[in-house]
Each structure stands twice: as structure tokens, then as C-alpha cells.
Design a protein around this ligand. Structure first.
Ligand code: PLP
Length: 321
């Protein structure tokens, strides 16, 4: 993913940044809005020991907090500004006065090196191709517009990028002007990405193995030992209405549908037809594709890395904050 280098990654927790820094990585963006109250000893230590640890701000207050907390010696904070190009989650609105004020403050501060603009276009999670392309076009146009506005004000913008798995999986030409992309989910993909047209089922690189633990023919269900505590329900708020395969597709069994989950229990029903229980004796292993692999991955204590039936490695994911 980093072309053989240990550089240029984005993290969303300080624990991840420390994990990668301890493993020799540098040029790490902590892509979650920084405010003074978050500048802990751990953050200062990363900013001090790495050559290029980057923080991101999306407010004048956040920017001021960084300026008011200088690092020791001649070390400078590396700062990106997060830009909201229409998604509306975090980020400073692209054409706002605040956008200019934040960048002016960053450029003028003695202990700050302004790196550029960061955008996460989470609004590209739409199945309609034309709608997605239009959002991508608008996002890049707005970033370029802001970049030009800053440059006209004498503020260089060396790096500017956007990212989300749907836009990076189906890029459009104008994205070529960006200096970087930062998708995350694509490393595993999932059923949500299939639904928004980023990938096919075969591209999903994560499965949950579960075991049939009970037959309930009187209510038409097959029970497995995987509930929301294992696979999460994130993204499937209305599965009955919107998701033909329920909470999670079952690998190689389109005739089954995950109807409901409790903490450690999954209730599977027939997808149209009644379940043929003789095909699924107690103890049968079934494999589930995650609806949202980021959420599923975050719940696991271990990943078994396999090729076919052979387990090649066990990975312990970095968790916590
Ligand atoms: C700030 C930021 N950057 C990048 C990403 C990666 O987006 P995706 O998982 O769609 O690739 C996210 C995901 O939530 C994010 O919040």
C-alpha cells in the first residue's frame, strides 16, 4: 500500500500513529480535527520524534490551539486544514472566511509548517454513477478553487488531496490534479462497497467464520454464533427494507438471509424459500461477508491471514485510542 516505503499513511487514532511510528513509519497524518485539549504528551512526542507527523485542523480555535502549544527547539508543527467540500461531517467549509483565516494563521505562525488541504468526500457513498461523478467533480473543483484563493493570498499549498473508497475505486479524470488520495476501506472492501459500485463480491478480503448452533424450524430460522458484537450492524439500519441479503451476506448461500442479530447470536432465515435444514447440520461452518468491514475489523482481537484452507499468519490489530 505504501509502495515498499514506510511513508505516507493516514491514521485516525493516536494509538495507530504510535504503532506505525514504533514500526519505523514516518510522514503520518492524524486525520481527525485537532483542538488544544487533544494535544497530549503522546501527540507532542510523535510530533517531536517523527520527521513528518501531521495534524489536521478544521477550525480557527483548533489552529490557535496548535499555535499556542509550540514544540521544543526548532521543531515545527506540520498542519493540514480539513476542507468540507459538501459532505458536511467535519472540515471547514471550502468557501468560508474561516478557511482563509485558518490558513493565514498557519502560514504566519513561526512554529507551524502549513502542508495543505485534506478532504474526505464521504458523500460519494452513493450507488448512482452519475451522481457519484458529479460529487467527485464538485469536490475537486472546490478544492482547486480554495487552493487558488490561498495562492492568490500568498499562501503556498504544496499538498492537497481527497479520499474515500468509492471515489478512489472509481476515479474520474479531474482527480489527476490532486497530489494524493487517502482511502481506507478499500484494503478489505465489504458488502456496502458492493452496493455503491466500488467492487464486486470477489474483491471482499474479509470473512467471519461462524458455526450453526441451533435449528428453529418452528420459527423458520437457523441460529449461528455471530451477532453484532462480532460483525457489527453499522450501515444496515433498515435491512428489511433496503438490504436483500439482510445484515450480512452469507458466502455461497444466496438462498439464506441474516434476518436479525443480538449480541452473540445471528438469526438466519430462508431468502424466499424455507430453509432445508438437512443441508446445514448443527456444527456447520458458514462464512459471512461484513456489511462494513471497518466496523467488523475494529471488533476482532485477531485476524487469520489465509490462502484457501491454509492459515499463513495471525495478525493482531492495533486497537484503542
Ligand atoms: C478523515 C478520513 N479520511 C479518510 C477516510 C477513508 O475513507 P474510506 O474508508 O471511504 O476510504 C475516512 C473514513 O472515514 C476519514 O474519516
Amino acid at each position: 500500500m505504501t509502495a515498499g516505503t514506510k511513508r505516507k499513511i493516514v491514521v485516525s487514532t493516536i494509538a495507530e500513529a504510535e504503532f506505525y511510528a514504533d514500526g519505523g513509519f514516518d510522514d503520518i497524518i492524524f486525520a481527525s480535527p485537532m483542538v488544544k485539549e487533544r494535544i497530549s504528551k503522546r501527540v507532542i512526542s510523535l510530533a517531536t520524534r517523527l520527521e513528518a507527523f501531521h495534524v489536521m485542523v478544521d477550525s480557527v480555535v483548533g489552529m490557535q490551539g496548535v499555535i499556542d502549544t509550540p514544540l521544543d527547539g526548532d521543531k515545527k508543527w506540520n498542519v493540514f486544514m480539513e476542507v468540507d467540500c459538501g459532505y458536511g461531517r467535519t472540515g471547514c467549509v471550502w468557501d468560508s472566511d474561516d478557511a482563509l483565516m485558518i490558513c493565514r494563521k498557519a502560514a504566519a505562525a513561526e512554529h507551524v509548517r502549513f502542508q495543505g488541504l485534506y478532504n474526505h468526500c464521504g458523500n460519494t457513498y452513493v450507488p448512482d454513477k452519475d451522481q457519484k461523478s458529479q460529487i467527485q467533480l464538485t469536490t475537486v473543483d472546490r478544492l482547486v478553487e480554495l487552493k487558488k484563493r490561498l495562492e492568490a493570498d500568498g499562501i503556498p499549498v504544496p499538498r492537497f488531496g481527497c479520499g474515500s473508497t468509492p471515489s478512489c475505486s472509481r476515479p474520474i479524470n479531474n482527480m489527476g490534479v490532486l497530489t494524493e488520495f487517502h482511502p481506507g476501506n478499500y484494503i478489505f472492501y465489504d458488502y456496502m462497497q458492493v452496493l455503491v459500485g466500488s467492487c464486486s463480491m470477489d474483491d471482499i478480503a474479509m470473512k467471519i467464520v461462524t458455526t450453526v448452533i441451533s435449528h428453529k424450524p418452528e420459527v423458520g430460522t437457523l441460529v449461528v454464533d455471530c451477532g453484532w458484537n462480532c460483525i457489527s450492524q453499522d450501515g444496515c439500519e433498515r435491512p428489511k427494507d433496503t438490504l436483500p441479503l439482510g445484515y450480512t451476506p452469507i458466502v455461497d448461500h444466496p438462498e439464506l438471509r441474516m434476518r436479525a442479530m443480538t449480541q452473540e447470536i445471528g438469526k438466519i432465515e430462508g431468502n424466499g424459500e424455507a430453509i432445508d435444514y438437512s443441508k446445514f447440520p448443527l456444527g456447520t461452518r458458514l462464512y459471512l461477508y461484513p456489511h462494513h468491514s471497518c466496523a467488523t475489523a475494529g471488533l476482532q482481537p485477531k485476524y487469520y491471514v489465509h490462502s484457501g484452507d491454509k492459515i499463513l499468519d495471525i495478525w493482531i490489530p492495533n486497537r484503542g485510542w
